[in-house]
Ligand binder design. Structure first.
Ligand SMILES: [Cu+2]
Length: 308
């Protein structure tokens, strides 16, 4: 509302010449930009074509675990490595704070890379090429991807996602032929222990202690515990796992500090209800809900127990 009402009949007054000219020019610019938005995709070869599907963090991380278990050829720095067939569907999971698995792709072949996040928004930035987009939980983003240069590319997270953000670096290795595997030390890799592949995960009652430990180690790597827990005594985001079992943990529960025995129950509750007892000194970054099944917890516990 203006203080002074416009004079009567203003709406039907003739628009001055230069005003009309500017309206026409801005209209043309708008139309041009609108068309060009589409042209970036067609001519500029930017804005990749993609499909998205609805998913959720639990469903997608189960998809990732199954995919990795089936296709894994070894480990690189605690992250499983897969070498998918050209033209196949590949699963890439972003989580605090890693990209899993490491992908070994053939040059000039197409892949359908399904990308999603297990926790919060991460950013997929492929270096050194200039490719950038956000990775959301609940969306399965399918990137049709054909690498055109061989060598090692890094996936940097460019969405600040917490204290370990800077360590969240994934890897895509592009090879010309299988002979290139040696360049990256990938020729001597060994597949994961057979236990987790052959035995039905629903029934592990007959497993030996050794099988449980091996299964637990696979879960530790697969579920990304290794992003926060190390096994060499050093604290990362969370306490180290070696020497943990059988010791005493100093925790805060309901605001009170107390000592508790580290046994099967304590480990299970640390995983199932991470917020209930917080280890003293690690209050800043709480552990996320990891959604392990009781069988997986049994294996992880055996693994932690085996780490002296
Ligand atoms: Cu991130």
């Amino acid at each position: 509302m203006t203080l002074i009402a416009p004079e009567k009949g203003w709406f039907n007054k003739k628009v001055s010449k230069d005003e009309r000219m500017w309206i026409i020019i801005s209209f043309i610019v708008c139309i041009f930009l609108f068309v060009w938005m589409v042209m970036w995709h067609v001519v500029g070869n930017q804005n990749p074509s993609n499909t998205t599907y609805k998913t959720n963090p639990i469903e997608f991380s189960n998809l990732h675990d199954a995919y990795v278990k089936k296709n894994m050829i070894g480990m690189d720095n605690g992250i499983p490595v897969v070498k998918p067939e050209p033209g196949s569907d590949v699963v890439l999971l972003a989580q605090m704070w890693r990209w899993s698995p490491v992908l070994v792709l053939k040059k000039d072949e197409w892949y359908n890379i399904h990308i999603s996040s297990k926790d919060l928004v991460h950013g997929f930035s492929l270096q050194p090429s200039n490719m950038n987009f956000q990775v959301y939980p609940d969306y399965d983003y399918v990137l049709k991807f054909k690498p055109t240069v061989s060598g090692e590319a890094k996936i940097i997270c460019n969405e600040f996602c917490g204290i370990g953000h800077h360590t969240m670096i994934g890897k895509i290795v592009v090879i010309d032929s299988d002979a290139d595997m040696a360049k990256y030390g990938y020729d001597k890799m060994s597949a994961p222990p057979k236990t987790t592949e052959t035995a039905a995960p629903e029934d592990i009652s007959a497993w030996s202690e050794d099988q449980l430990v091996k299964g637990g180690e696979t879960i530790y790597n697969l579920k990304g515990c290794n992003a926060c827990h190390k096994t060499d005594g050093t604290a990362l985001i969370g306490p180290a796992f070696n020497g943990l079992y059988g010791s005493q943990a100093k925790v805060t529960e309901n605001g009170q500090v107390k000592q508790v025995d580290v046994n099967d129950d304590y480990i299970a509750s640390s995983i199932n209800e991470p917020q209930k007892q917080i280890v003293v000194g690690f209050e800043k970054t709480p552990m996320a809900q990891m959604n392990l099944t009781p069988n997986e917890i049994k294996q992880v516990t055996a693994y932690i127990k085996s780490l002296k």
